[in-house]
Design a protein around this ligand. Sequence first.
Ligand SMILES: Nc1ncnc2c1ncn2[C@@H]1O[C@H](COP(=O)(O)OP(=O)(O)OP(=O)(O)O)[C@@H](O)[C@H]1O
Ligand SMILES: [Mg+2]
Length: 276
Amino acid sequence: MNHSSSSAKGLSTAGLSMHYGNRQVLDTVDLPALQAGSVTALIGPNAAGKSTLLRGIAGLHKTSGQVLLDGTDLARLPQVERARHIVYLPQSLPERTRLCAFEAVLSAAMAGHRSLGFTPERPSPAVLQGVEQVLADLDLTALADRPIDALSGGQRQLVGLAQALVRQPKVLLLDEPTSALDLYHQCQVVEAIIHATRERQLITLVVVHDINLALGFSQQVVVLHNGRLAAAGPALEVIDPRLLRDVYGVDASLEHVRGRPLVMVDGRLPFHSALG
Ligand SMILES: Nc1ncnc2c1ncn2[C@@H]1O[C@H](COP(=O)(O)OP(=O)(O)OP(=O)(O)O)[C@@H](O)[C@H]1O
Ligand SMILES: [Mg+2]
């Protein structure tokens, strides 16, 4: 039987399983098709398999089952081409290097060109402009000449996001992109993710731990629990007290504050809900 293509638009998985050694970490995950222009939050407890799922979609780890993008089984593409369509920003911060922020983002943009078999000696004005634009979008212009080594953890996280966006992928996989950010920068990065997703018609899948952040900014939510898909769908349909009890073991309620749904625990915001 040929499972290599289907007509569905968007990014989906079918029966995706992954192992570390002989330990199964993802168990036949069927991700419904995530659409261009939409942000999906990927939530679930620690060790549920969220980072592993992103790495599997990016082709950075051996999988069984399928990852489909607009009907194409990505296993059929060379990894270089897959990496052109799908950018994965890992949970750990960008490596410390001697490059300054501008050079780090430029090298990501140039790596995108090299993956097309195109190796210009110097960047074109359009590439330089793209780098400047993404730095400006993330409020990084003033830091452009600073060595990455001399940036704070949150600033390096922003540079990592700039490196991801400048490559102009179809799919953006972000692993806890706001975890090292203060309140101002969390809001700024969330705005930048929403804006880029809409403007560039990206399929964006973002791991977040803050349920209220997931409720506030994502069109839909995917929940992983013990390596299995526990739920997927519109945020307000998926996140309810029963799910929070089953998946997190927490007695929570969903309340409306100024018309906005918020998850409360013991009548209070969970302590890391920064955007309440
Ligand atoms: N390189 C590895 N080798 C072996 N086991 C691993 C490896 N990476 C992750 N695991 C295991 O796979 C499981 C899923 O890990 P994963 O990092 O995907 O979880 P996660 O949902 O991203 O968790 P967190 O919220 O803590 O980041 C965990 O039990 C973890 O210990
Ligand atoms: Mg993780």
